[in-house]
Write a protein that binds this ligand. Sequence first.
Ligand code: GLN
Length: 193
Amino acid sequence: MTKIGVIAFQGDVSEHVLAMQRALEGKGSAVAIRQARAVSDCDGLVLPGGESTAICRQLESTGMAQELIDAARRGVPIMATCAGLVLVSREIEGDCKVRPLGLMDTVIGRNAFGPQRESFEMDLEVAGFSRPYRAVFIRAPAIVRAGPEVEVLARLGEIIVAARQKKILALAFHPELTEDLRFHHLFLKMLEA
Ligand code: GLN
């Protein structure tokens, strides 16, 4: 049985667990995890949104940061959303408080849409999806530069809001807040390959 661990320091953890449970359709379970040693039991991981500065501190103080780096090296798929997308990056523009994990060759703008655009919804054209995806953005960061190994899945103008690099899926929006499970299904496919 597939086991997906949702890193549960901050963010809409229960929504992530529920959305993943629905996507798993009984073929596995999703659980909230708070302890570093729980990471190695998981076949896939979700790093939710929240406040990246606070999550960064918790990842480091619990030893979870190193566990995530090790899991990524073993090829364990990771879905990183919103602040999670900040944390898996290589670099954050103009920021020194968050030390990213460096799992993706991306540079992040933390206020990519400007401080006045708190939250909004948008229909996105996503590579491989036959119809648009309604995405919910909340104080969203975005990928402002990406290396050649990064596969861009969706853009808003110049900036990248969904991307994949090998087994890491990074989304600037909140897929746990909508009924549309296409990104969850895409992520679960990454567990098979
Ligand atoms: N802007 C936040 C940060 O960088 C992320 C917001 C979110 O996860 N909804 O921490």
